[in-house]
Design a protein around this ligand. Sequence first.
Ligand code: AMP
Length: 234
Amino acid sequence: MTDPGRGPAASPDRRRILLLVGSVGAGKGTQAAALSRELGLVHLASGNLFRLALRDGTPLGERARAYMERGDLVPDEITIEMFMDELARPAAARGAILDGFPRTVAQARALDATLAQRGERIERVISIEVPVEDLVARVAGRRVCPVCGTPYHVVSEPPRMPGRCDREGAELQQRDDDRPEVVRARLVKQVLPMLEVLEHYERAGIVQRVDGRQPISAVTGEILAGLTGGRDAD
Ligand code: AMP
């Protein structure tokens, strides 16, 4: 099916397109930032891109608005178009780390097909794995200062005085979204489609699973080692 003239072999300097997968609280944002720095790839997080488009009132934002306000997924064609536009920008010349997309098998298939038309494909899917109860504990420990917005964590980043912001002295708060029962409900909704996306890419043999309970730098190191060690010779 692939046109040999435009297939992967014809572009030796093909850019890297990575997909980061992980539940809320798994450390995906932190790892995306580290990988983006280390590898010079742009971090494309679907939720952030949609929120920016909405804030700026772009045509894309307007098309996505109603879905986002209902908390529904934005239709695939809009989401894919947004990613292809982002991938066409100079910032993505060396490649990109996709985050939050594809989120369903239908999106994964559609993205694979669109990339294949350009002789590209996802090189690696990195799954940051943390058991559910650890995720709930991590997220439930988050606190934020209502005055200056500084984030804390009761275990990993506690304030000097329990429950009080170091700068403002204000009483720290927990976001509604971070309450254990809300986190569990969000996880339940996320897990099945995420497993299906992983299974889809398992078939292509490109999934790297990383234990997200390790320290942040160890997780980054393992991901980078996997990328250098397992890169195809193409
Ligand atoms: P998030 O911050 O990742 O929870 O995304 C916020 C909102 O953006 C979601 O509720 C959806 O409306 C939209 N969104 C994010 N990622 C996708 C995606 N892969 N497909 C469709 N809609 C998405």
